[in-house]
Design a protein around this ligand. Sequence first.
Ligand SMILES: Nc1ncnc2c1ncn2[C@@H]1O[C@H](COP(=O)(O)OP(=O)(O)O)[C@@H](O)[C@H]1O
Ligand SMILES: [Mg+2]
Length: 281
Amino acid sequence: MKKIIVENLKYKYPLSEKLALNNVSFEIEQGEFIGVIGRNLSGKSTLCQAMVGLVPHFYKGAYGGKVIIDGLEVRNYSIADISLKVGIVFQNPFTQITGSKMTVYEEIAFGLENLGISRAEMINRIDFALNLLKIAPFKERSPFDLSGGQMQRMAIASIIAMKPEIIVLDEPTSQLDPEGSEEVFRAIQDLSKQGITVILAEHKMEKMAEFCNRILLLDDGKVVDFDVPEKVFSRDDLGEHGVNAPVYTRVCKALNKKKAGTNDYPVTLEEAVRVLGGMGL
Ligand SMILES: Nc1ncnc2c1ncn2[C@@H]1O[C@H](COP(=O)(O)OP(=O)(O)O)[C@@H](O)[C@H]1O
Ligand SMILES: [Mg+2]
């Protein structure tokens, strides 16, 4: 069974004249790592919010079509119900954390306290999340005594402790330096290897190309493409949709060097080196 099915999704914010999402359709398998790209205001955040029911339950507005998670139609369930299956992480970890807990451990425990689960199960889940996000060494530290990458991983760990089957992340590395971004991307990749389905909106194309299984390209609320990174980033009209291909792809394009036996350009450093290696560069 498909993990996520989106069918002809249309959405308009209250008081807005234009559709923020315009007939969006796609399907995602369990455990896929999906990247959502597109220029500013193309609809990435709105799509993320539609995955967790904030659209239309919180934002209201005009809504048509369907978002189906594990066979359940999001429109018919409360945000609280959906949050048991789908977790969401926002841009800035400061907006996500409680700000009142003394340690990383307590911060991650917080979301579990109202779920009515046993103490043993809580401890299990917290340990699982701390280890998966590689923040166990900081568990006794204050949340405010972490680097940006560590704090974002703590925010993700609090969501993971809730055991969601799907995690949606809206520009989680936009406030982070390259090292922090790399830490977060690696952590998200580990989540998807555990079978968690990942939807990630980001602008860092080199990272998206390296980590995502498939890329959903949005423009003006519509799906332009949904395919593997080398297909999406090899498009000639990418610039017209306000997106730059990864730098490796742009170099190979300029030199007209495609991947052997394909019509696609390399999208990662490794692939570019393989293709350009014989050029004596
Ligand atoms: N809270 C809001 N109220 C009204 N319009 C909004 C709101 N958030 C986003 N929009 C509009 O929805 C469209 C898509 O925006 P958004 O989903 O934020 O795009 P992105 O995340 O790709 O920048 C834009 O036209 C934007 O102006
Ligand atoms: Mg956004």
